[in-house]
Every structure is written in C-alpha cells, then in structure tokens.
Design a protein around this ligand. Structure first.
Ligand SMILES: Nc1ncnc2c1ncn2[C@@H]1O[C@H](COP(=O)(O)OP(=O)(O)O)[C@@H](O)[C@H]1O
Ligand SMILES: [Mg+2]
Length: 244
C-alpha cells in the first residue's frame, strides 16, 4: 500500500513530506532547531549541507526513528507527528540510511528477505533485484559484509526497488563509492523517480545530486536555510561552504 492509497485520502497537491518547525535532539543536545522542509509528491529533492548540518537527523525524523520534540511532521497531508518507524514503513516510506542499513553477517538473499517484510514476497524481491543487478544474483548466497561497496549499495537500493515505496529517503548514497559506481546508482534513482517515487536525497557533495533534483534545500547548523531550484541553490553554494 502506498501513501496515496491510504483510507483518509489526501488532496493531490498535498506534499508527500512536510516538516514545520521541527526540533529534534540527540539526548540533551538539540540537533534540529526548527526545520521547515517540503517534498512535493513525485519530486526529487536534494538535501544539501556540510557535515553536521542535520541532514541525517532530518531523515531519521521523517522515517520515525527519532521523535519530534516540537513542530510537526505530515505525510501526504496527514499529521503523523510521533509516528514510529514501523508505521512509516507501512505507509511506504523507505529509508536507505548512511552506511546502507544492510546486515553484514546475512547473505544477499537473507538481506532481501528481511527487507521484503510483510509488503512483498521474497521471490518478487529477488526477481526485481537480480534483474536490475545481475551481480547480486551471482552472489545471492554470499555474506553481504564480503561484497564490494558498490554491491552493498546495490543491495541497499534493491530494498527500494522491490518494496514499491511511495517515498525514498537516501542518505549519502555516494559515500565510499567509486565515481562510476555512484553514476550507476543514481541511474537507478532516476528510474525510480521516473516511476513516480518521491525522493529525498541527502548529500554533502552537491554536484552529484543537483542534476537529478527538481528542488534543493540547503541545511546549515540544524536549520533549512534556503530552498529553491537546483540552479538557484547551486549559485548559493558556489559562494558558500560546499566546494564538492
Ligand atoms: N548519535 C548522535 N549522538 C549525539 N549527537 C549526534 C548524533 N548524531 C548526530 N549528532 C549531532 O547532531 C548534529 C547533526 O548531525 P547529522 O544529522 O548527522 O548531520 P549531517 O547528516 O548533516 O552530517 C551534529 O551536531 C552531530 O554532531
Ligand atoms: Mg549525515
């Protein structure tokens, strides 16, 4: 089930993700100081900013892994502030975290099985993954921890390919990967976007994601300080922090 099929049907122009004045903290230390962020339905939004800006924390709030201490989180127009990670997953929010979120000591197949959960069958999950990434098929019984960085990211992305998400949250997809592999991964992301999946991409290095994005948001010190077209934000960046 996708967000758009939920019983309390949203209006078509409701953003798929909307944060208003969101505060969130790691223990006693506040990391988000009132974040406003909108991801329109069907859009690819780049979430940019230097290390420590709050990109990962924002992703965790959206996927229900971290609580909102004040402010609101809406998904497809519904106020879901306080939602759990299990519930966001059920609503079609698929999060591929920094470090990829795969289990090193499980095989490729077992990782796909875990990802399939209740939403899809293991067979379907495997078929889609191996069709897109034949190398994963060849390595289906290999432990994920022994795969190359690129193959691990293919496995992580296969969760999104197989589970038919409404929203995909991708955190630092490029981290630790060779440029050619990054290009290959972002081709897959483009394909998902073309199928209508809404996507929020956090990247420290703007140049990689700006060409894919419909909108860009710049985070600095726990706040979203600018939002605009990729061209507008690129101009900001060239005079600011991120050379990348
Ligand atoms: N697990 C954690 N415990 C304490 N502080 C954290 C933790 N994770 C992140 N932070 C702090 O929260 C702020 C935002 O971090 P983060 O969201 O990871 O930024 P980004 O993803 O943009 O690099 C930083 O000041 C960081 O040091
Ligand atoms: Mg991060």
């Amino acid at each position: 089930m996708t967000l758009l099929e939920e019983p309390c049907s949203p209006r078509p122009d409701d953003p798929i993700i909307e944060l208003r004045g969101v505060h969130a903290a790691h223990g006693d230390i506040e990391a988000l100081h009132g974040v406003d962020l909108v991801v329109p339905a069907g859009a690819v939004v780049a979430l940019l900013g230097p290390n420590g800006a709050g990109k990962t924390t924002t992703m965790k709030v959206i996927s229900g892994l971290m609580p909102v201490t004040s402010g609101s989180l809406r998904l497809s127009g519904r106020d879901v502030t306080g939602i759990t990670a299990t519930e966001t997953a059920r609503l079609g929010v698929c999060s591929i975290p920094e470090g990829r979120g795969i289990f090193a000591n499980l095989t490729v197949r077992e990782n796909l099985w875990v990802a399939a959960g209740e939403r899809v069958s293991l067979d379907a999950m495997e078929q889609v993954a191996y069709a897109r990434f034949p190398r994963l098929g060849e390595r289906r019984d290999q432990l994920a921890g022994s795969l190359s960085g690129g193959e691990q990211q293919m496995l992580a992305l296969s969760r999104a390919l197989g589970t038919n998400p409404a929203v995909l949250l991708l955190d630092e997809l490029s981290m630790g990967l060779a440029p050619m592999v990054v290009t290959e991964m972002y081709e897959v992301v483009k394909g998902l976007a073309a199928e209508g999946v809404s996507i929020l991409l956090a990247e420290q290095f703007a140049r990689i994601v700006l060409p894919l994005a419909d909108l860009a948001v710049l985070m600095v010190s726990g706040r979203a300080v600018r939002a605009g077209s990729p061209t507008e934000i690129e101009e900001e960046l060239s005079t600011a922090y991120l050379g990348g």
